[in-house]
Design a protein around this ligand. Structure first.
Ligand code: ADP
Length: 369
């Protein structure tokens, strides 16, 4: 059993602090993905867990043991890197078994473990090949195989798919997910790709500038982002962010955009905002569509006449670009019909799914302080 716990972990390089006291509880068997833009501190955090970086402050536990000063090889973890670092002069089989061999494991045990890993990863027919004769995806699998044979309690992955082309990346993503189901160990996985994070993770940890902004299941993060950063980072195409003002008038509360358009404010925001407050309304492209062409149910906004700037047919849906509140807004039109640039269509917004952020703090107004 290996839970991994970070308590107030700090990392400094010289005088510069790059990780600012992170708390994270990772449960045995959990698949946790650290995601965030380049430079947010995710690799540093992973390398701290691996023991490849010294900790400047705080405690790291694997199980119930503090491992701050434990050498990487004594932590019972395996790390798969972006560059596979296979031994070029060894066959796949030798690559898989090499680490065990130098640790002095008996030959028969090595053979058994290597066979087991090869079975899991579908490498059995490639055992005699040299790395140069493997495709990118196959090399990646050998790299994962080398991690598996050590039967670690924790797997660490640092952007393992970023050297693969788009199609292979999607394929390997599925393989990693299947692998986790088969070997059932704790996985901590770093990526800058939010789609990878959403599809792989039991729990997504969104980082920015050395802080954790939010953690939760992929759907929690998607449905209830706590601030504008997380809301914009997760989801594709990204959430539309529109300046608006909260207004209470004779007909009730509304969110008024700068261009004169307005939508009713759903009741869940009552008491969370004040009359006249400057806010940002977040609307995902799935949640604004021409009347009759959305997939949302529930409460919908007044119809807004908006002009099509450009349309991008994608088969089952068309992405429409319109201007609302002075911003270019993306809308997903389902059961698409042909539209011309310059056409004016009536759009509705799913009021059940909009987000409201305070413009100054950038926090969701629904988050308790
Ligand atoms: P990410 O993996 O999210 O792209 P990193 O963890 O690699 O980010 O880096 C976090 C921050 O720490 C960055 O600002 C980076 O420039 C800095 N950093 C990383 N490694 C070093 C180092 N060896 N010396 C100094 N600064 C570093």
């Amino acid at each position: 059993m290996a839970d991994v716990t970070l308590k107030n972990i700090i990392k400094r390089y010289g005088k510069t602090e790059v990780v600012h006291g992170i708390d994270l509880d990772i449960k045995h068997n959990e698949f946790v993905v650290l995601v965030g833009p380049s430079g947010c501190g995710k690799s540093t955090t992973l390398r701290i867990i691996a023991g490849l970086e010294e900790i400047s402050g705080g405690d790291l536990y694997i199980g119930d043991k503090v491992v701050n000063d434990l050498a990487p090889r004594d932590r019972n973890i395996s790390m798969v890197f972006q560059s596979y670092a296979l031994y070029p002069h060894m066959t796949v089989e030798e690559n898989l078994g090499f680490g065990l061999k130098i640790s002095g494991m008996p030959e028969a045990d090595i053979t058994e473990r290597v066979k087991h890993a090869a079975d899991i990863l579908g490498l059995d027919l490639l055992m005699d090949r040299m790395p140069a004769a493997l495709s990118g995806g196959q090399r990646q699998r050998v790299a994962m195989g080398r991690a598996i044979v050590r039967t670690p309690e924790v797997f660490l992955f640092d952007e393992p798919l970023s050297n693969l082309d788009a199609k292979l990346r999607v394929q390997m993503r599925t393989e990693i997910k299947k692998l986790h189901q088969k070997v059932k160990t704790t996985v901590i996985y770093v990526t800058h790709d939010q789609v990878e994070a959403m599809t792989l993770a039991d729990r997504v940890v969104v980082m920015r500038d050395g802080y954790i902004e939010q953690q939760g299941s992929p759907m929690e993060i998607f449905n209830n982002p706590v601030n504008m950063f997380v809301a914009s980072f997760i989801g594709s195409p990204p959430m539309n962010m529109l300046d608006a003002r909260v207004q209470e008038n004779a007909s009730g509360w509304e969110l008024a955009f700068s261009d004169g358009h307005a939508i009713s404010m759903p009741d869940r925001f009552l008491g969370k905002v004040t009359d006249g407050q400057d806010v940002v309304v977040g609307i995902r492209p799935d949640d604004i569509a021409p009347v009759g062409h959305g997939m949302f149910t529930g409460e919908q906004s007044e119809a807004l006449p908006l002009t099509i700037n450009i349309s991008e047919p994608q088969g089952t849906e068309t992405i429409l670009f319109v201007t609302l509140a002075g911003k270019e807004v993306q809308s997903k039109m389902l059961s698409p019909k042909l539209v011309d640039n310059g056409d004016v269509l009536l759009f509705q917004v799913s009021l059940d799914n909009i987000h409201v952020f305070d413009r100054e703090s950038e926090q969701s107004v629904l988050v308790k302080r």
